[in-house]
Design a protein around this ligand. Sequence first.
Ligand code: 5GP
Length: 117
Amino acid sequence: MESDGGKTIFEKIIDREIPAEILMEDEQCIVIRDINPGAPVHALIIPKQKIARLSEARANDISILGHLLLTAQQFAKRQELRDGFRVVINNGPHAGETVPHLHAHLLAGKPMIWPPC
Ligand code: 5GP
């Protein structure tokens, strides 16, 4: 789902062209509140470097992929999510991916079922 000008919705948020509730940010990642939350806490952790999806990551993306998970950990610590949290990456149509810009969902704030499908 590319948006006009070739930028995804997340690139437009990173570039401050459209608004979002920004929860954390550093040079490599932005963390925003999901516009359509599936749980009381639903954040999206988005690398600023555009990788379309996990299946397209390369060996030299190892640092940003590690940073993505450590940002999820840091966010969970800051939010004091002591009862747990779930991190999900949807890859491709069967997984429900809708934005072709790698991102992890962090969900928390209520008991969750498993498996999620
Ligand atoms: P995906 O389905 O690709 O794994 O996740 C995309 C997520 O982005 C969805 O949960 C959707 O609610 C969220 N989303 C889509 N557009 C926007 C937006 O403009 N702002 C915010 N904050 N979230 C969005």
